[in-house]
Write a protein that binds this ligand. Structure first.
Ligand code: C2E
Ligand code: CA
Ligand code: CA
Ligand code: CA
Length: 281
């Protein structure tokens, strides 16, 4: 009864204590990671569902911790976001991705790699000077702006923010393209699709997971594909793990897919090896 409640509270407090400590330690370690540039990128191909050939890659960050080894972003992105460390980390990610792609483009058939997709957090996007930074990193890497696709989430569009709209327009004017990541999971209305220069919708993995078993999930996927076609947007299905999913997607007119069926996120070297050595056209 009462005693148990008290014990529970103490346990709760000590769990909380541990959690807070862990977060502080994580934050300090992340701070160090930023200073020592401990982030590396892996590249996951995005393929043409008709031909299976990779058209581009999504850059995915990993923390190469000196003693704990490779750490997946699910363990640190949230703390990076809260602490603001996502801003310098995101800058390093963009720089690394562009420099790598610049090297790839100089040593593969022109046009064989259509794009590199880079995740940009809301906080990073909202940092003053972000667009200018993109411009400078593109220039320094020699990467054609049309090769860069920035993946943002709908949460950036929750408020009708004039600055965000202006930044989108500036990126578009530069030739950079924008994708909505995890499309379908946000709470925002779809009205932004009419006035924001969006190029690509990425259908969230959660819809793909159950699309073969659930009529409802399949209907959502079909609706997103139709929406994309109507608005003249490209659409990528995320988290494709089974060939039956890829076939169903292709049949409903979804042109692109990404997922373990095709490849897991790869090292820079393995990703480069996947780029077709002749241009697709
Ligand atoms: P996301 O942007 O939705 O990226 C897709 C995630 O799904 C990646 O996890 C990828 O490895 C995983 N994935 C791809 N295909 C499959 C599949 O077929 N099955 C399964 N089970 N998983 C698949 P990852 O690399 O752990 O990244 C997790 C999230 O961390 C990303 O989700 C993204 O939100 C965030 N993230 C990753 N890199 C960055 C970055 O450079 N900056 C920012 N701001 N966030 C990043
Ligand atoms: Ca993404
Ligand atoms: Ca996603
Ligand atoms: Ca996701």
């Amino acid at each position: 009864a009462k005693g148990a409640g008290k014990g529970q509270w103490r346990r709760y407090q000590s769990d909380l204590h541990t959690a807070v400590l862990e977060r502080l330690e994580l934050r300090a370690a992340l701070d160090q990671a930023v200073k020592e540039q401990q982030f590396v990128l892996q590249y996951q191909p995005i393929v043409d569902l008709e031909t299976g050939s990779p058209l581009g890659f999504e850059a995915l960050v990993r923390w190469n911790h000196p003693t704990r080894g490779m750490i997946a972003p699910g363990h640190f992105i949230e703390v990076a976001e809260e602490s603001g460390l996502i801003v310098p980390m995101g800058r390093m990610v963009l720089q690394q991705a562009l420099n790598t792609v610049g090297r790839w483009q100089r040593s593969s058939a022109p046009g064989a790699l259509r794009y590199i997709s880079v995740n940009v957090s809301v906080r990073q996007f909202r940092t003053p000077g972000f667009v200018e930074e993109v411009r400078q990193l593109l220039r320094a890497s020699g990467v054609e702006p049309g090769t860069l696709l920035l993946e943002i989430t709908e949460s950036l569009l929750l408020r009708n923010d004039e600055q965000v709209k202006a930044d989108f327009d500036a990126l578009r004017a530069m030739g950079v393209r924008l994708a909505i990541d995890d499309f379908g999971t946000g709470y925002s209305s779809l009205s932004y699709l009419q006035h924001m220069p969006i190029d690509v919708l990425k259908i969230d993995k959660s819809f793909i997971d159950d699309m073969l078993e659930s009529k409802q999930q399949r209907a959502v996927v079909t609706a997103i594909v139709t929406l994309a076609q109507t608005l003249d947007l490209a659409v990528v299905a995320e988290g494709v793990e089974e060939s039956a999913q890829a076939l169903a997607l292709r049949d409903m007119g979804c042109p692109y897919g990404q997922g373990y069926l095709f490849a897991k996120p790869l090292s820079e070297r393995d990703a480069f090896a996947m780029i077709p050595k002749a241009a697709p056209f």
